[in-house]
Design a protein around this ligand. Structure first.
Ligand SMILES: [Zn+2]
Length: 215
């Protein structure tokens, strides 16, 4: 079985992906990890990848060259769990070709659907004590005294002033970028949205697990 797991930045997709891969014994394919590994190698592909990443010029071809290079290490009779991939229509084709070589295809696509306002609130509000590491959310679980840790009196980390705007823009761009990908898998009847209202992983996992076992 091949599962694709998608979701906006800042959601728990990787955690869910690890769980699904482990429970169903699928190879977890995380493009970011693969590109990190390749970039660390002193090979031609490694050097190209490193340079492209440093200049923010990562292409679909490069991502898939890296994927193909590492693919033999993932070979798994049960299938694959692809985290955060494909990210555009071209990558859908590249992935399709890659899987077809093993007579495989994408079976299920999960999309973590989060209200962008909730996501921004979670991330913009999140802060940590610089001294003891205690975690707070300035909206939902603020400290008693502004920017001072309840535990140790230490100072809390401050976000840059434009953080909220940057986050909102990133999420908007993500939605625009992913719309055609989701539309494609929807037309194939294999797209499942998992609504996330800031839920615990266990809740999201339950929904995902139900769909996997009944697929
Ligand atoms: Zn503290």
């Amino acid at each position: 079985m091949q599962i694709v797991l998608l979701g906006p930045p800042g959601t728990s997709t990787l955690e869910l992906g690890r769980k699904a891969a482990s429970v169903h014994q699928l190879a977890l394919i995380n493009p970011n990890d693969i590109l990190d590994q390749i970039a660390a190698e002193n090979t031609e592909l490694g050097n190209i990848t490193k340079e492209a990443r440093e200049h923010g010029r990562n292409s679909d071809e490069l991502t898939f060259a890296a994927l193909r290079h590492q693919w033999p290490t993932f070979t798994n009779p049960n299938g694959y769990l692809l985290h955060g991939l494909p990210q555009n229509v071209h990558q859908i084709e590249l992935l399709h070709t890659l899987l077809a070589e093993e007579d495989r295809a994408v079976d299920l696509v999960f999309n973590l659907k989060v209200d962008n306002d909730i996501l921004v609130e979670q991330q913009v509000g999140y802060t940590q004590c610089l001294q003891c590491g205690a975690e707070y959310n300035l909206y939902t679980s603020p400290p008693l005294v502004d920017r001072v840790c309840d535990n140790c009196g230490g100072r809390l980390k401050q976000r840059p002033a434009d953080y909220e705007e940057t986050m909102s823009n990133r999420l908007r761009l993500y939605d625009i970028q992913m719309a055609p990908v989701l539309a494609h898998y929807k037309s194939q009847n294999i797209l499942i949205h998992i609504p996330d209202q800031g839920d615990q992983i266990a809740t999201l996992w339950e929904i995902m697990q139900q769909h996997i076992t009944s697929a």
